[in-house]
Ligand binder design. Structure first.
Ligand code: BGC
Length: 238
């Protein structure tokens, strides 16, 4: 590929840090994956050094690429981690963007994982909300394609004195089973509609595949690959 085509159509490596796995996929332009997803188990304890080491193995698997987006499961401000509720050890204050950027050797941004996924899901019109269902529960909110970053809805009360994450996260799904968990999903989407008056709500993350309740037309399940597209679209929209 010539330099000019590449400049117009850069190859973005998207990395998604999850509680169970660290996954990568390269995206050409904003929507064309060029290789299958590659996944390494999240090291435990998931402290900064082993996680960074694992991410650098994901980089090595996919080199070369033009730029990287990393989705982190916690609050990230200008590349610096503030919280990491489902990882281990002390993450607060880690300048992850700087550390990973030095390893990648190309432009690299670290953003919240739900925010990243959101960029892949939204249409860019009106109020759009994204909820990710995995180990944790992530949330993202957009107005006309503009992100309100780090919406930590997962840790807010939902019902029975428990948070969205406590009631809808991986542990709850394991304990309750799919049927009851789906009822909670139903109640949560109804409540979220009342609070946020979204035009569309997207449900993503690994456990969105367990949703089997009938959803209204403004609530849409998004494929997991959307997270990776989000990493590429972020550079155009973010
Ligand atoms: C974190 C969020 C994250 C979500 C999904 C939550 O526990 O607080 O920042 O987006 O998990 O990983």
């Amino acid at each position: 590929m010539t330099k000019t085509t590449r400049a117009k159509n850069p190859l973005t490596l998207t990395v998604d840090i999850g509680g169970q796995g660290i996954k990568g996929m390269p995206i050409l332009g904003t929507d064309t994956p060029t290789a299958p997803r590659f996944r390494i188990k999240t090291p435990r304890p998931a402290t900064a050094d082993p996680v960074i080491h694992t991410i650098s193995a994901v980089f090595d698997h996919f080199r070369p690429f033009d730029r990287v987006t990393v989705g982190f499961p916690g609050v990230v401000n200008h590349g610096v981690v503030a919280t990491a509720p489902n990882l281990d050890g002390r993450w607060k204050g880690v300048h992850l963007e700087e550390r990973l950027g030095a390893i990648a050797g190309v432009p690299l941004r670290v953003i919240n994982d739900a925010d990243m996924q959101g960029f892949g899901a939204i249409e860019g019109k009106g109020v759009e909300m994204v909820i990710t269902l995995g180990t944790g529960v992530g949330a993202a909110l957009f107005l006309d394609g503009k992100l309100l970053p780090n919406l930590e809805l997962g840790h807010h009360p939902f019902e029975k004195n428990e948070t969205y994450e406590e009631r809808l996260g991986q542990k709850a799904l394991d304990q309750l089973g799919v049927r009851h968990w789906n009822r909670r999903i139903d109640r949560a989407t109804k409540l979220l509609r009342k609070i946020f008056n979204f035009r569309k709500l997207y449900l993503g993350g690994g456990n969105s595949r367990c949703i089997d309740t009938k959803l209204p037309s403004d609530v849409v399940i998004v494929r997991n690959a959307v997270a990776f597209l989000g990493g590429a679209r972020f550079w155009e929209l973010g």
